[in-house]
Design a protein around this ligand. Sequence first.
Ligand code: MLT
Length: 251
Amino acid sequence: MNLKTHFLPSHVAADALRGVVVVIDQLRASSTIVAALASGATAVVPCLRPEDAVTARANRPTALLLGGERHGRLIDGFDLANSPREYRTQRVAGKCIAFTTTNGTKALLHARLAGHVLVGCLNNRAAVAHTAATLASQANAEIQLLCAGTGGAVCLDDVLAAGAIASSIQESMPTDCDDETRIAERAFRDAMTHGVLSAMRESQGGRNLIEIGMEADVADCSRLDITTVVPHFVAARNEVLIPRAQIQSRA
Ligand code: MLT
């Protein structure tokens, strides 16, 4: 099976993202989407701009919260920012969340044409790797790991998470991978030796968060395999959700 990694969405055209795509915005959009669905949110609606999220709320009859960030902080008029710890059961269970972040939701929407689009990060590393490998072998398709980057630049936080997911995929099945995947895997192996948290703190995403006092999020997001939740982006409905079968198997 082929395994490719793209360090930035601009490295790959939307119509070349076929097969199974794992979208990675390690700090923090992927981690926050995983946390929201793990806490019982019914769906996350990815929106490019804050005004799109406001329109989504106006159009939906069911309870809908506005979540996301600009410059890492709460957007004026929104209910939640982009910190996974805010997305607790008491706040989000049974709710749908219209969600917009600087890089993560853009990357997700870039992958809308793929057969299967999953959301991955360190928190769900083994589970997303297993799901991607299973879907790819069922469909005889390739897996592509799509990093969101930060402001159009490659960032170490996403590359480390891509390396972690790629290593986990390769443990379960042999793959023919590209050099971006090899670079990511080497970076992750190095981080495992010297400390994943310290590598995350050094990354651009980590430094941005530390600068605005969100250091605790860097630590929370750096934890490996704390959940088996694997969000799927259903592009036809513009919703990221947990498929019913996954909910039943967790019950
Ligand atoms: C993004 O989408 O760029 C990030 O999620 C930014 C952040 O961590 O707030």
